[in-house]
Design a protein around this ligand. Structure first.
Ligand SMILES: [Zn+2]
Length: 350
């Protein structure tokens, strides 16, 4: 990860913080060179939300209660370390239409959690919701904090995430890293972008080694591919306008990025091939490890099993050893309780 990771087109794209304005910006070149000074402020329907117009023809939302939002109290309020959800008293309907998330100031403020192809995307998966992205990995690969922040949760989660790390960032965003072979941080730790927060694994409900990565705001999930191009390890925005409509399992980053224009054509090419039906590999991976183990156990129960008689063996002892009864052993081998069993003979026990 060098500083070159954020490519020039992405810097340009970062200017287009607000998708609705992207087309207007593209028609006038080099707007990013113009001074960006506030020109005017407009009211909106929400008394706490204003629109600021800048001299370089861009605009942004301004929240009159912004201080409260970005205050370091973010690391103390709604601070829950033993449950994954922290904002149970705040509903989706309570959130504003657009939330401006300042992601980085300098290039080193971001580090891809892992670089690799997303083989299972955010969205509906059959009858289940897949609330993050899956990136295959080797067990033990380091997993990095995407941004600076404070670790809120770092423990084994019995709900299916396995070893799970949740980091809260100063802008309120939370990033989730699941199925780790082990956590490398503890709740309460402050981390920088690029801190190794754990190691890749397959703990919890996982069909094979992969990172399940989620991005959440006030517990509400959105497609992590809005923020990160996992295949290149690039961050897409310096400041991200999180629209409320993105906080929805049916809202996918590829659709929004497509509207943003040509700059993302390469990215779309890289990600669109997985949009269709599940591949057989995904289906296999979706069968959980525990389900696979259960199938194996079930199958094993019906397979015949044999025991070779050793010195000192007798029917009662063998029955106990295999969790069966003398009567069953006799039936299976067509013998009686009085039959003398010789050393070396194979006895069917199941
Ligand atoms: Zn997943």
């Amino acid at each position: 990860m060098g500083y070159c990771r954020i490519a020039a087109p992405l810097l340009l794209a970062a200017m287009a913080v607000f998708p609705g304005l992207a087309s207007a910006q593209r028609s006038v070149p080099h707007l990013e060179d113009l001074p960006r000074r506030a020109l005017d402020t407009l009211d909106t329907d929400d008394e706490n939300t204003k629109i600021v117009i800048y001299t370089n023809n861009t605009w942004s939302y301004y929240y009159t209660d912004l201080d409260r939002r970005v205050d370091k109290s973010v690391y103390h309020d709604h601070w829950v370390t033993d449950r994954v959800f922290a904002y149970t008293d705040i509903q989706l309907k309570d959130l504003p239409p657009v939330m401006e998330l300042k992601l980085i100031e300098r290039y080193e403020d971001f580090h891809a959690p892992i670089v690799g192809k997303v083989y299972s995307k955010y969205g509906r998966r059959g009858r289940r919701n897949h609330k993050g992205v899956d990136i295959p990995l080797q067990v033990g690969e380091p997993i990095y904090a995407a941004f600076a922040g404070r670790v809120r949760y770092a423990r084994f989660n019995s709900g299916g995430f396995g070893n799970l790390v949740i980091i809260r960032h100063e802008n309120g965003l939370e990033t989730w890293y699941a199925h780790l072979s082990r956590c490398n941080v503890e709740s309460g730790d402050y981390v920088s972008a690029g801190t190794v927060i754990g190691f890749g694994g397959s703990t919890g409900r996982s069909g094979g080694p992969h990172l399940h990565f989620e991005t959440r705001y006030y517990d509400q999930n959105f497609d992590p591919e809005h923020l990160i191009d996992f295949e290149t390890g690039d961050l897409r925005y310096h400041t991200f306008a999180l629209e409320k409509s993105y906080l929805n399992i049916y809202s996918r980053a590829s659709e929004t990025l497509e509207e943003d224009g040509e700059d993302y054509e390469r990215m779309l090419l890289a990600t669109s091939d997985a949009d269709g039906e599940l591949t057989s590999e995904e289906i296999v991976n979706n069968i959980t490890a525990s389900e696979q183990a259960a199938i194996k156990r079930e199958k094993a129960k019906t397979d015949p099993l044999y025991h070779t008689i050793k010195r000192g063996d007798y029917l009662g002892k063998i029955a106990r050893q295999y969790g069966t009864t003398v009567k069953k052993l006799c039936q299976l081998n067509n013998i009686t309780e009085d039959t003398i069993i010789r050393e070396g003979r194979k006895l069917r026990v199941r």
